[in-house]
Ligand binder design. Structure first.
Ligand code: MYA
Length: 455
């Protein structure tokens, strides 16, 4: 059955079944074929909702039925013991790489930060428990996020942390969790969602690839994350990937709360250039995603920081011209005698005002203006060089980035290596023509169409 499943997605299966006259080769998607998502590529040419118009009164008022022996449970993520339960479930059962070497290890502080932005709904933190023991065995979450997709702006649920305990896999529990979160989102009169996955289901609007910038090559080679190519030595890799001790952009410093209004304005304007982008409508959003994630200092030491944000303050005007940030998401290294944790930083949002400088093109025409593109290319490379210095200082082993935003302008130059993984982006109940996830533009150092970073 497993082999069949693994094969199902492949051309080999198509061939075999063609020969043997078996069932249709394409996965059947018993669940997804009932959902308001584009069913296949080519179904996405018109922009807009897929379902008929509904109101919360049309929505089932009681929870979706669970199999016998399980019960729904709203997880109060602000309670230590309950966020612990989610953290433990995910630490043991969440996303692994294809070779089962690494598994995401979101910290409690990270989960709290990710699940409680301004306007969050407690009821969208949904657990499934074993009735008898109370053990948490399933989870799914949503947070409200306003998105612009091309010319339309609308509220979405950003769905994340879908997880079913390993012992309960392949029992069709995931569709039940998805239907329940959909119901609760709909009750708030929200009808669209955005989500990402490593898997391909009907039907992505964009696909991005992961890139990895080594900061600790000795460890990365040791744990099998990076290869040691023939003729290469660790000493040489250490020299090659050493980002140095000092940042070099004049005015580069850590972001502080008073920067929020300027950073928010800059970010909104910058993200306006992408086909699909998070709105960051209020300064509170920016305060949450950038400042609150930096943690609080106790006795000169900041524990449990989840996001690192830096700005460039122009030394002459004192205006904020740039912002750049990353978040921490470690992975458990499974079955390694020496190391059990990969300290990975992930590129988060950034913005630069060079694209709006006098003489630069208008926001829309940006991608076609070579001069502006070169300006941005230079500035982003300088910012990311400094970001790498800071990430190394904070003892990260690797910085990961996707091909979204303008990342293709710096990935090669900053020595990010192409990874195996892809991140596939989906919208629920919204059809839009495919958006460039930067797959084809890495070598061209151009902007992608994706201006939303999912955690
Ligand atoms: S992505 C991260 C997902 N989590 C993991 O990968 C952690 C490790 N894996 C697991 O915990 C389980 O394998 C999961 C599936 C729970 C993923 N997105 O219960 P099943 C479909 C969407 O027998 P299991 C993230 O968190 C699959 O195609 N659908 O399978 C974003 C099949 O349907 P169909 C998925 O392996 C989540 C059905 O489920 C995914 O035991 C966004 C099989 O169910 C997936 N990642 O459990 C969710 N994986 O037959 C959608 C499998 O039709 C949100 N499936 O192909 C949609 C918007 C909702 C809100 C709308 C509001 C308006």
């Amino acid at each position: 059955d497993d082999i069949r499943k693994a094969l199902q997605a492949t051309d080999l299966m198509k061939l075999l079944e063609g020969h043997l006259g078996g069932p249709p080769a394409v996965a059947e998607h018993k669940f997804w074929k009932t959902q308001p998502v584009p069913q296949k590529e080519g179904d996405q040419e018109t922009e807009g909702p897929i379902d008929e118009h509904k109101t919360p009164a049309d929505v089932q008022q009681h929870p979706i039925a669970l199999p016998a022996g399980f019960e729904w449970s709203v997880v109060d993520v602000k309670k230590d013991d309950e966020i612990d339960e989610v953290h433990n479930l995910l630490t043991e059962n969440y996303v692994e790489d294809d070779d089962a070497m690494f598994r995401f290890r979101y910290s409690r502080e990270f989960l709290l930060w990710a699940l409680t932005p301004p306007g969050y709904y407690k009821e969208w933190h949904i657990g499934v428990r074993v009735q008898k023991t109370g053990k948490l065995v399933g989870f799914i979450s949503g947070i409200p996020v306003e998105l612009r997709v091309r010319n339309n702006t609308f509220m979405n649920a950003e769905i994340n942390f879908l997880c079913v305990h390993k012992k309960l896999r392949s029992k069709r529990l995931a569709p039940v969790l998805i239907k329940e979160v959909t119901r609760r989102v709909n009750l708030e009169n929200i009808w669209q969602a955005i989500y990402t996955a490593g898997v391909r289901i009907p039907t992505p609007f964009s696909t991005c690839r992961y890139y990895h910038r080594s900061l600790n090559p000795a460890k990365l080679v040791d744990i099998g994350f990076s290869p040691l190519r023939k003729g290469e030595t660790i000493a040489r890799l250490v020299r090659k990937y050493n980002p140095g001790e000092q940042t070099r952009t004049p005015g580069f410093r850590e972001m502080v709360p008073v920067d929020v209004p300027q950073v928010a304005a800059l970010l909104r304007r910058y993200l306006g250039r992408f086909d699909c982008a998070q709105m960051f409508n209020t300064d509170e959003d920016v305060e949450h995603w950038f400042i609150s994630g930096m943690g609080t200092e106790v006795n000169g030491k900041r524990d449990n920081q989840v996001v690192w944000a830096y700005v460039v303050e122009d030394p002459t005007t004192n205006l904020i011209t740039d912002v750049v940030s990353f978040y921490t998401l470690p992975s458990t290294i499974m079955q390694h005698p020496k190391h059990d944790c990969l300290n990975a930083a992930y590129m988060f949002y950034y913005a630069s005002d060079v694209v709006f400088a006098p003489g630069a093109s208008s926001d829309d025409a940006f991608t076609h203006d070579l001069k502006t593109q070169n300006l941005l290319d230079r500035r982003l490379n300088a910012l990311v060089t400094d970001l790498l210095v800071m990430a190394k200082k904070h003892e990260f082993d690797v910085v990961n980035a996707l091909t979204l935003l303008d990342n293709n302008m710096f990935l090669d130059e900053q020595m990010f290596g192409r990874g195996d993984g892809a991140l596939v982006h989906y919208l629920y109940n919204w059809s839009t023509a495919p958006i460039d996830g930067g797959l084809s533009t890495t070598s061209q150092r151009k902007s992608s169409g994706v201006g939303v970073v999912m955690l």
